[in-house]
Design a protein. Structure first.
Length: 301
């Protein structure tokens, strides 16, 4: 079983076509077909179901797929490692980002990274904290930018805090609450509340704050996009509780930003698996100087 053969297998599985797989691998189609047949003979099972129009994985093919991907990723990581040792860093840096990343220092950090390492491709995956954290734990993403939960991070993660701020209230201009110096959590029990959904890392922090204040936490509208929260507030739907660091919320004349009492601080961090798992591109990113406003470590709570 050779790495090249597994690369051909992955190409056929992902393209669902021997013709497209051959084009992707820059080889003749008979060469790929021959390699796949040899692999099937070696394993003793058919890996693909073939008919005149489609190519689909068999149960055996699906069983081989994660192993082939793991081998391919390991080979790519080894190449990147030795490219880094020779000063010619290449490879792919795979990052996940929850909402609000545009208001962090990560874009500036990636700008510096691109100038220093133009041979590294960066893939950004959007998602919620609940969906992204398992992917970095499993190794399918190098690192993710997410809200830090109230209880702190898993000790198996390294972290770099990129945002420290607090939750604020967004109130439609003209509402009586817009004139208040601050709003207590009790005031949100009698008005429609707009805030994040349960898959957001900030949802848990908000729920904890309400529980500690002995106030029911019952969001009427849930969205992880602050821009939509702002539009709902402007439309008169209710009052929103949103991340104060998000850009643009203070510049909309339709909405007034009001502090919340007691304060609900939060942090957002770039996290990755601690230990020897970090790829060469990720290590290069983490070695960059901290932009102003970043925290290089410590307790992110």
């Amino acid at each position: 079983m050779e790495v090249r053969t597994l690369r051909y297998f992955l190409a056929v599985a992902e393209e669902e076509s021997f013709t497209r797989a051959a084009a992707r691998c820059h080889v003749a189609q008979p060469a790929i077909s021959q390699q796949i047949r040899a692999l099937e003979r070696e394993l003793g099972e058919a890996l693909f179901e073939r008919d005149s129009r489609t190519v689909r994985l068999t149960d055996a093919g699906r069983a081989l797929l994660p192993h082939a991907r793991s081998v391919s990723a390991s080979v790519a990581a080894a190449k990147a490692e030795f490219a880094a040792r020779s000063g010619l860093l290449t490879g792919i840096l795979e990052l996940g980002a929850a909402d609000g990343v545009e208001s962090s220092s990560l874009p500036a950090l990636l700008g510096t990274f691109h100038r220093l390492y133009p041979g590294v491709g960066v893939q950004l995956v959007e998602g919620s904290s609940a969906g992204l954290i398992p992917q970095v734990r499993q190794g399918s993403l190098d690192a993710v930018f997410v809200a830090v939960p109230p209880e702190g991070l898993d000790p198996g993660f390294g972290h770099r805090v990129l945002v420290r701020d607090e939750i604020v209230a967004l109130v439609a201009a003209g509402r009586p609450q817009a004139e208040h110096a601050s709003l207590s959590l009790e005031e949100f029990a009698t008005t429609p509340l707009i805030t994040y959904g349960p898959d957001s890392g900030l949802y848990t922090r908000l729920r904890t704050a309400f529980e500690e204040a002995r106030v029911p936490f019952r969001p009427a509208y849930a969205t992880n996009h602050v821009a939509l929260q702002l539009e709902l507030v402007a439309a008169g739907v209710g009052i929103a509780l949103a991340a104060g660091a998000v850009r643009g919320i203070t510049r909309d004349p339709r909405v007034t930003v009001v502090p919340v009492t007691p304060r609900i601080p939060y942090a957002k961090a770039l996290i990755w698996r601690a230990g020897p798992h970090a790829s060469a591109p990720l290590r290069a990113l983490l070695d960059l100087p901290h932009p102003a406003g970043e925290s290089p470590g410590g307790d992110p709570r």
